[in-house]
Every structure is written in C-alpha cells, then in structure tokens.
Design a protein around this ligand. Structure first.
Ligand code: ZN
Ligand code: ZN
Length: 453
C-alpha cells in the first residue's frame, strides 16, 4: 500500500490522504485550511496524477475535512463520494456557508482566487454522494473487477462523524477520522470495532494535552456552569467562541439542561447564524437517522436569539447576556472576532474558550495574552485592553490521548500512520507507540511524499 499526505502544510490543516492499495486509488477527506487563504489552502490534488481515483471517502463535515470537496470532485469527475447519511444532510449547508465567506473575503480582503468553487458545483454534489448507514458494509468493485469493502462506524465527535474500515482481500485498513469516545449531551460516544487491522491511520489532536488528574468533561461542564452563574450574577456578560458545527449545539444543550435544573439565570442567549441554521439539520438527523439527539425545541425553550447585525457592529445591550458565537478559534471576521473588542474592555465580562484552539489563530493568541495587555484585532483595525477574564474549559470533541493509544493497541496494527495533529502531538504518539507496540511500524508522513507501507 502507498500513502501520500496531500495536506501541504502538515499539522491540522487541509486534511486529505491519497491511498493506493492493490488496484484501488482512494482519497480520504478533502479539507480546506483554516489558516491559509486562497488556493494555497487546498490539498495538493495535482499529486494524484493522471490516473483516476476510484472512490472519495469523507469522514465528517468540519471544513478541515470537507472544505475543498467540490474542487476535488471537479478534478476527479468520475468517482462516487462515500459519507454517512447524517453527513449528507449537513455537507451542502456547510459548503454554502464557506462559499459565502469566500465571496466576502474576495470583496473585503481582495483574495481574488475566491470563491474556489461555484454554487452550482455545491448543488451538484448530491448526484455523486453515496450515503451509508453506520456498521453496514458496502462492496465496491474496481475497474479490474476486484472488490473493496467499506464500512463506516460512528466516531462520536460531531453528528455524522465516521471512522472507516476498508477491506481488500483479507487485509483491513482503519481510518480514524476525528474521534470522541466520551458521550456528549447531543451525541453518543464512538462505537468502534476492535478487530485486528493491517494499517491504522490515527488522529493525534490531543497528543500534547494530558488531562489533569481529577478533571473530566463532567467536572469541566460543572466549572463552566459555576463560572457562568458568578459572572451573570455580578452583572457581566459571558461569551463562548464555538465551532458552528457540533460545539455550538452541544453548548446550547448544556445551557438547556442547566436552565431546566434551575441553574441558569434567565438572561438573553445570543447565537450566531450558521450554528442556529444547523439546528434544523440536526433535528432532521435526529428524526431520520437517530445519529444524534439534538432537537429544535432546545433552542425554543432557551429562547435563543439570532445575533442581529446591529449588535454585531453596534453597542452591546445593557445587562448580562450569554453569547455563543462562531468561530471556536476566533478566526478573523467571524462573529466572535468582531464582538470581542467590546467584550474584552469590561472587567465584569468573561471569555470562555471551550474547544481546540490553534496557537497561531486569534483565539490562541488571546488565550496566551497577559491580563491588562493591549490586544490587536488587525483585520478590523481595532484594539482592546484585556480587562475581561479569558479562560479555557476543556470540552474538546477529540478523544483523550490515552484512550486513542489504548484503542490503537487493541487493533494490533502492523503500521500506524499519524495524522491530524501538530508535530509535538504526533511525536508523543510516535514515542508511546514505539514503546507499547514495538513490532509496529509508525509513520509520521512527510507532507506530499509517498510512503510505501
Ligand atoms: Zn472534526
Ligand atoms: Zn478535524
């Protein structure tokens, strides 16, 4: 088997792997970089070469896995795209939002290569998508008449997220995608097979993040709710930058539960557009596939208000409020970014980051900023002194590193390929696997280089 990481920037960026296995050529994921603008943020699909791809497989709908799918489909006009039935409900909505953001960035930041694809191309995706239910194997016959069996497994993480088993002849390859084993309010944890595999492709997001002893997701939720209560009681506002897909609905479900248990004061809750639109899609997924348990009434019961444009640009309302705004890493021009200068200036306010935050993004920089220092928002030409408290709560939607390690050991793989992690995070897995699984070969693929397994 040959494996080529098409993500030119390494780390967690525009995820995409080319797998060449027997007569099959498969592309796993088609991401878009969250930090590199223009065509440079697209995986190097030109390295696929002139021979066509047999199958495209998508793990889930976060843009670092989905964002360049229309580009790949344009360059590869033949192959089917396999994704979970739940992902199919969300994929076009996510791409349309990405399209709108690109159009705006073309106007505001002069990125002339944007948009990278057309609305028409998004609309046409459905024709080539093969939605699969979890745990139901599907046989594909290649051009040479040989078969490949594809099985999707529920990976936790976000609704629709899948891990994938590929079987060719007697050998198995397991692709983790993004995994969360712990259950969330809106979703069960991952349910994955433990059969031995030849090759495991493993996400490594949390390789550098060990949970402190005594801390769990539940204790972090508790700490968040206590902090929320204190801040609101003292008349401050509480802002949570969150990813629109998955995190935002999870946070709203946590707030809903707290409100039902009389633990959340009745203050206005504002949320930004895409995350609120996705509520309807999640409701559909819950009704049609059972792949999540988020229902629309959570938003109705909480009385969530769509963040109005006047608020995004104008004065904040008097009195305490809760803001659940994208994006999770406070990327430039997102609602969280645009609101933040006004939130930061008031020492009564509180900023809670709750998920993964790349250190190079504005969110990562704000988390590292000294209290009282001046923080610049270059993209909107503003600055603010960090008077509000800024803290991180660990409600990550990625599995603990020890859980992933145990999982890797249970599959007894001959090869482990590390993906979706910063270099230091991959290094932790490489060292642990060398120690705990000495007979396995561990590969941290060099971007754009073909590795023979
Ligand atoms: Zn993800
Ligand atoms: Zn990811």
């Amino acid at each position: 088997m040959k494996i080529t990481d098409l993500n030119r920037n390494g780390g967690i960026d525009a995820n995409s792997l080319l797998l060449e296995w027997g007569p099959f050529r498969i592309v796993f994921d088609a991401g878009l970089s969250p930090r590199t603008a223009g065509k440079a943020g697209v995986p190097r699909y030109d390295l696929i070469g002139p021979e066509p791809v047999d199958l495209i497989i998508l793990s889930h709908c976060h843009l670092d896995h989905l964002g360049s799918l229309p580009v790949l489909m344009r360059e590869q006009p033949e192959p089917f795209v396999v994704m979970s039935a739940a992902s199919m409900v969300i994929a076009r909505r996510m791409l349309k939002n990405s399209y709108n953001v690109m159009v705006r960035q073309r106007e505001e930041a002069g990125v002339t290569e944007y948009p990278l694809f057309s609305r028409r191309e998004i609309d046409q995706i459905g024709r080539r998508v093969l939605p699969l239910l979890f745990d139901q194997p599907r046989v594909f016959t290649g051009r040479t008449g040989e078969s490949l069996v594809v099985t999707l497994h529920p990976a936790g993480h976000i609704p629709g997220a899948a891990s994938v088993t590929l079987q060719y002849r007697k050998e198995k390859l397991f692709l983790s995608g993004d995994i969360l084993f712990a259950p969330q309010n809106i979703l069960e944890g991952a349910r994955l097979p433990r059969d031995p595999v030849e090759t495991l492709v493993l996400e490594t997001t949390r390789g550098l993040t060990a949970r402190p002893v005594g801390q769990s997701r539940a204790t972090e939720v508790e700490r968040l709710l206590q902090q929320l209560d204190e801040v609101l009681a003292a008349g401050g506002s509480f802002i949570m930058p969150t990813f629109a897909l998955g995190r935002m609905q999870e946070v709203l479900a946590i707030l809903h539960e707290a409100r039902r248990n009389n633990r959340l004061p009745k203050v206005p809750v504002f949320a930004s557009g895409l995350g609120l639109d996705l509520v309807d899609y999640f409701d559909e997924i819950a009704r049609k596939t059972g792949a999540c348990r988020f229902r629309r009434r959570i938003v109705e019961d909480l009385g969530v208000v769509r963040l109005p444009d006047t608020l995004l640009r104008g004065r904040l309302p008097a009195g305490p409020a809760i803001y659940v705004l994208s994006s999770g890493m406070m990327v430039e021009q997102t609602p969280a970014y645009v609101m933040m200068p006004r939130i930061l200036r008031d020492p009564k306010n509180f900023v809670a980051f709750i998920g993964y935050c790349d250190h190079a993004t504005p969110g990562g920089r704000l988390l590292a900023a000294d209290p009282g220092s001046l923080f610049r928002f270059d993209a909107i030409e503003k600055e603010a002194r960090v008077e509000a408290r800024v803290e991180r709560f660990d409600l990550s939607s990625h599995a603990e590193r020890d859980e992933l390690l145990e999982f890797a050991l249970s599959l007894r793989p001959r090869n482990v390929v590390l993906t979706h992690g910063e270099p230091e995070a991959r290094a932790w897995f490489a060292a642990e696997l060398a120690h705990r699984l000495p007979q396995a070969r561990v590969i941290d693929p060099v971007p754009l280089r073909t590795h023979e397994l």
